[in-house]
Design a protein around this ligand. Structure first.
Ligand SMILES: [Zn+2]
Ligand SMILES: [Zn+2]
Length: 222
């Protein structure tokens, strides 16, 4: 078992709480974000940016119940137009850290989850001596609060599939007199002529049903 580093800002000491059920203590702490608090290459909390924590530690029969909130700044990239996206998140979390010698690992939580299978993916956390590691709990809470597909604005039009221009900056953007739906396809077909036109029409129907061309599909709905 890894020993907790007591100087780690995500490791907390419950010693002052004692082990009298009902005892409660509040802790506030601002710390630098560790790496890995986010979705790789999409969005996350920049390493070393501040995270503000407010915790309530409560002694219960089986261990210490930790309830908290965290405020952090996240940065990422719009999945449609690649512009930077940034905002603050406010997350809540709650976890019971069992006493080291506690045997209650499989007992249902106090919140009415009796039906949970023993092999469910729910993890059990434990105190190590008087200390607990908030890192996995906080990381999960932050990651769950992040959008899987961040956008710079709800109606972001994405990029022109022909030239890469950002369409929200220039909604009237088009290329010559060609229907923009066709313009997108010209680059896909090397040859010209009737045969290529037929292929393009097939492609066009395919694109209408394709998730990967979200931006284009939205333009077509107009
Ligand atoms: Zn965008
Ligand atoms: Zn263009």
């Amino acid at each position: 078992m890894n020993r907790l580093d007591h100087r780690d800002p995500l490791v907390f000491d419950t010693h002052e709480l004692g082990r009298r059920p009902g005892a409660m203590r509040k802790v506030s702490r601002t710390l630098e974000a560790p790496e890995g608090f986010g979705i790789i290459d999409v969005i996350g909390v920049p390493e070393k940016s501040p995270i503000e924590l407010e915790l309530r530690l409560e002694s219960v029969v089986e261990g210490v119940l930790v309830t908290g909130t965290a405020e952090a700044h996240v940065e990422g990239e719009c999945v449609r137009c690649l512009e930077p996206v940034e905002f603050d998140v406010d997350v809540d979390f709650q976890e019971l850290y069992y006493y080291p010698e506690s045997d209650e690992r499989h007992r249902a939580r106090t919140t009415g989850t009796e039906d949970l299978d023993e092999d469910s993916e729910e993890e059990t956390y434990r105190l190590e001596g008087d200390f607990f590691d908030l890192r996995p709990v906080l990381r999960d809470a932050v990651v769950l609060a992040l959008p899987l597909q961040p956008v710079c604005q709800e109606d972001c039009l994405g990029l022109c599939s022909e030239c890469g221009a950002r369409l929200s900056d220039d909604p009237a953007h088009h290329h010559d007199a060609v229907d923009p739906r066709w313009a997108a396809l010209q680059g896909l077909s090397a040859d010209s002529g009737d045969e290529a036109r037929g292929e393009a029409a097939d492609l066009r129907r395919g694109i209408k049903n394709s998730d990967t061309r979200e931006g284009l599909a939205e333009n077509q709905e107009k």
